[in-house]
Design a binder for this molecule. Structure first.
Ligand SMILES: [Zn+2]
Length: 326
């Protein structure tokens, strides 16, 4: 557990006999009493927004541009894999390599999967894409919000699951490749990694085991307002609202119900209950940037915040808990 603000939890007044666990509990209580951390965080899983933000910064430093075929694309894959050495040793890290036929020719792509076995039959998938937009390869587009911070968030969730193995359904993290269009968005030119994995899992029977497919996209936005995605399963959208309330942030869910085309769609089409946790409304909309910072050189680290990533991380852990209870 790390506090949102830098507050020391050391106190000479604490009893010497207190165990580390008891100290942590007292620390959480102190932070709750100061209004810095909701008391429920003691019982709920906790993700550090500050650590997720720092990880995003590291990823952007080694892989600022991550379009297919670029050195940054490879560096991003190596960066992700380097954070799952424990899982790799235990054969719980899989690289799903495939060839995509794109408007720029054949491209080799890789989805990266990390598995955390649970105790109940069935699985929860948490996904995000890590590559950057191919058509924007010639501008200074780094996708701090669009791909980088959600990749960092999945790494953080993985670090949490390493020390807190799932007690309910198994959890599978998927770092998707090829979400973006290579030329212009269409059914054929987008969602390469998720279309590939949904088809593969349809053939081997994995799809039937998925209790919920949760996607993280663009949720580092400083001004966090998460959509009620019209393409997502309505029960899971309701669960998202419950989760937001549970973690003490009901107001981060906006009223926007615009259907979003994202890596959830190929799974939804095959009958999987999906939830896109996305804040599509990113930055001011001007004549120059009608779509805000989305897909512009303005999508940089200073537009996202540790606070939003903190909320996003806690939302995902709470969603896992709620899906497990159903
Ligand atoms: Zn994008």
């Amino acid at each position: 557990m790390q506090p949102v603000q830098s507050v020391s939890c050391q106190s000479s007044n604490l009893p010497r006999s207190a165990t580390n666990k008891a100290l942590a509990r007292i620390c959480v209580w102190m932070l709750a009493a100061l209004g810095i951390l909701p008391l429920q965080a003691q019982e709920r899983g906790h993700i550090s927004g500050a650590a997720t933000y720092a990880l995003t910064k590291e990823l952007l430093a080694v892989a600022p541009k991550r379009f297919n075929g670029s050195p940054g694309h490879k560096a991003a894959e190596e960066f992700i894999e380097s954070h799952f050495q424990t899982e790799a040793k235990e054969h719980r890290l899989d690289i799903d390599t495939f060839t995509a036929s794109t408007p720029a020719g054949l491209q080799t792509m890789h989805n990266i999967l990390v598995r955390y076995p649970g105790k109940k039959d069935g699985m929860i998938v948490i996904g995000s894409h890590y590559e950057t937009n191919y058509p924007l390869k010639d501008i200074a587009f780094v996708g701090a919000n669009d791909g980088a911070c959600t990749s960092a968030l999945l790494i953080e969730i993985g670090q949490y699951l390493r020390t807190h193995p799932p007690q309910g359904y198994s959890v599978v993290l998927v770092f998707f490749d090829g979400e973006e269009a290579v030329d212009k968005w269409s059914a054929q030119d987008s969602l390469y990694g998720s279309r590939h994995l949904a088809a593969k899992w349809s053939q081997d029977g994995t799809l039937g085991k998925i209790k919920a497919f949760l996607l993280a996209d663009m949720i580092g936005d400083k001004d966090l307002d998460i959509d009620q995605d019209g393409n997502s399963n309505s029960n899971l959208v309701e669960l998202l609202k419950v989760a937001a309330k549970d973690i003490g942030h009901p107001n981060v869910i906006s009223k926007d119900r615009t259907p979003i085309e994202d890596d959830t769609v190929p799974f939804a089409r095959r009958g999987v209950p999906v939830l896109d946790v996305i804040d599509y409304d990113y930055g001011p909309h001007t004549n120059q940037t009608p779509d805000g910072y989305h897909h512009t050189a303005q999508d940089t680290l200073d537009k996202i915040s540790p606070q939003s990533l903190q909320i996003a991380g806690e939302l995902f852990l709470e969603l896992i808990r709620l899906v497990d209870q159903r």
